[in-house]
Design a protein around this ligand. Structure first.
Ligand SMILES: [Zn+2]
Length: 213
C-alpha cells in the first residue's frame, strides 16, 4: 500500500496517518523526519541539505527528491508507505512520479482529508499551550481540570500566536493556494480520495479503510 496524505492544519491528518499506517503496517514518512535522519547520519545528501538550512534557506526540491528516492528504496519501504507533508508542490509531485517510475512503484491513492474553514478555525483557536512545560491541550476536546491551568504542571495556559483566529485563517489561505493545484494534479490521475474530517476519529479511520479496500 502506497499512499499520500493531504490535509490542512487542524484536520486530524496526523492522527489518521498514524492509524492507517498501523493498520497496513507500512511506514509513515515525513520530509522532516527523513531530513533529520540524513543529517544525523551525515550522509552526502544530508550534508547538502544542512548547508541550505544553516543559511536559512528552504531545502531545494532536487535535494528533497534525492532523499526521497533513497528512502523509498530502503528494504523497510517494501511493504509500502504513507507520505505525509510531501509532495507540497507540482514540481515535487512530478519529481515523485519520476522516482516511482524509475523504481517500479505505483501509488494506490492520495487521501485528502477535508473540513470546512469555520470548524478548523474553531478547533485550532481552542488550542492552549502551557507556558511552563509546552504541553498542548484543547478546550473543545480535552479541557483542563482547572480552568486556565496545565493538567501536568499547573502552569498557565496561553494561546499561541499561531492559533489566533486571523493567523489560522491566513495559514488556511496559504495552504489552500498551495494545495489546490496538487489536488487537481492527482484528481487528473484518478488517485484522489476525499474524506470528511468531521466527526469521530474511529469513524473517519473506517471511512478511509473502506474506500481503500
Ligand atoms: Zn504544563
Amino acid at each position: 500500500m502506497r499512499l499520500i496524505f493531504i490535509g490542512p492544519p487542524g484536520v486530524g491528518k496526523g492522527t489518521q496517518a498514524t492509524l492507517i499506517k498501523d493498520h497496513f503496517d507500512i511506514l509513515h514518512l515525513s520530509t522532516g523526519d527523513i531530513l533529520r535522519e540524513e543529517i544525523a547520519q551525515q550522509s552526502t545528501v544530508g550534508i547538502k541539505a544542512k548547508s541550505f538550512m544553516d543559511r536559512g534557506y528552504l531545502v531545494p526540491d532536487n535535494i528533497l527528491l534525492e532523499m526521497m528516492e533513497k528512502r523509498l528504496q530502503q528494504p523497510d519501504s517494501e511493504n509500502g508507505y504513507l507520505l505525509d507533508g510531501f509532495p507540497r508542490t507540482i514540481p515535487q509531485a512530478e519529481g515523485l512520479d519520476d522516482i516511482l517510475e524509475r523504481t517500479n512503484q505505483v501509488l494506490d491513492a492520495v487521501v485528502s482529508i477535508e473540513l470546512d474553514t469555520d470548524t478548523i478555525v474553531k478547533r485550532l483557536s481552542s488550542r492552549r499551550s502551557c507556558k511552563q512545560c509546552d504541553s498542548i491541550t484543547n478546550l473543545l476536546f480535552n479541557p483542563p481540570k482547572t480552568e486556565g491551568r496545565c493538567d501536568i504542571c499547573s502552569g498557565e495556559l496561553v494561546q499561541r500566536s499561531d492559533d489566533k483566529d486571523e493567523v489560522v485563517l491566513n495559514r488556511l489561505t496559504v495552504y489552500n493556494e498551495q494545495t489546490a493545484p496538487l489536488l487537481d494534479y492527482y484528481t487528473n490521475k484518478g488517485l484522489i480520495i476525499t474524506i470528511d474530517g468531521q466527526g469521530d476519529i474511529a469513524v473517519i479511520k473506517n471511512n478511509i479503510l473502506e474506500v481503500l479496500a
